[in-house]
Design a protein around this ligand. Sequence first.
Ligand code: FAD
Length: 431
Amino acid sequence: KASVFWYRRDLRLDDNVGLYHALKGESAVIPIFIFDTEILEKLPKTDARVGFIHQQLVKIRKKLRSDFNSDLGIYHGKPVEVFDAMSKEFSIDTVFTNHDYEPYAKQRDKEVAEFLTDKGIGFKTFKDQVIFEKSEIVKGDGKPYVVYTPFKNKWKEQFNPSVDLVEYQPDFANLLQNKRFPDCKLEDLGFQESDIEVPDFVVTKDLIQNYEDTRNFPAIKNGTSRLGPHLRFGTISARKMVKKAIAEENEVFWSELIWREFFMQILWHYPHTHKKAFKPKYDRIEWRNNEAEFEKWKNGLTGYALVDAGMRELNATGYMHNRVRMLVASFLCKHLLIDWRWGEAYFAEKLLDYDMSANVGNWQWAAGSGVDAAPYFRIFNPMTQVDKFDKQKGYINKWVPELQELSYPEKMVDHKMARERCLQVYKEAVG
Ligand code: FAD
């Protein structure tokens, strides 16, 4: 008999709850990853995130081979079909995995659970990517929080480090040994290396201690942690990061990690917000949705230097600083009156740290339609944002070097006109 540990958004060996429990069981454990054809089919063939996942799997595989005489099975297909094939090759008693909260993942896991149950195979799942999930933090009446600050307060009230920050160090002695799975190169999946790489994160003492002073200024190197993709793919444990925030006594950094969990529980409770406004009347807004203008925004050719710098950083690196994300999102929805879903989809394609819950949550925040959103009449002024956050123009000069030259485009809309137009259109829709 063998059991399976199915990796998804938790690509690490240490402090991994599902892996820990699998290895504690009676049967020898086969760790696997499935490149899901349904997900891969929709991605460009040079998607940097696929390359990153592949790189991490190769690292895990090497370690399992060299240190434990074991292996990682790397499959390519539909999960149910992979489990069907595996159940013919091995006598499997249980499949272990960690929770995944996105709408597609919920549906996939439901199908897998049904399939395994039919075969008499157990399916055990664990909380791993967050401290609190689903309905663990709810209001007195059992309803989910839709405002951040009371959510955060309740989160902290309920938080108990001796339970919530336990480290789950697996006992690798129980891995299945002497089994080699076939190689799986990136090319075998139909993908190629991208020019874009996921940078390492910088969660140093200095960074956390100075975080309030540095985090709002995109020109500062290492002003934020770059944890995004690592939390997304689980190459670092979220529990360890909360532990660090607490050790350095930095409330602001800690709060950012709680924002992540806030949006995760929102998507869990309100999965339709991926497609629809959280506040329904915002779906009445008459977006202009001008495609030529959308192209200018995407390519960083709006004539507003900080907006353009942000979009160019995104296109070149798969990252954009949070301050600038807020501005470009507001500019798209409010100055151009383009549907936030267009912007959300573009970010989904480009961001290395793309996470549906954070992306949808933040886009709806910018559009004014979401939980705890900015009021619609607060419209960022793209010029004063430069004075506040890039006064020396260090960031703008890096990404828009032609700013002083004739080749730099004129502003695509007049700020004052766009502001008034936005207020009028929003007012008509939402009163
Ligand atoms: P740090 O400032 O070092 O923060 C540490 C971690 O805290 C982040 O990695 C992230 O996990 C979490 N965090 C910080 N701010 C937020 C926030 N506002 N919402 C949720 N989590 C947060 N973040 C994503 O992880 N994925 C996305 O797809 C995403 N899309 C966004 C879209 C828009 C329009 C906006 C305005 C923000 C978006 N964010 C998203 C939030 C934020 O911009 C990024 O998490 C942050 O810039 C990542 O850089 P960092 O890891 O250096 O952040």
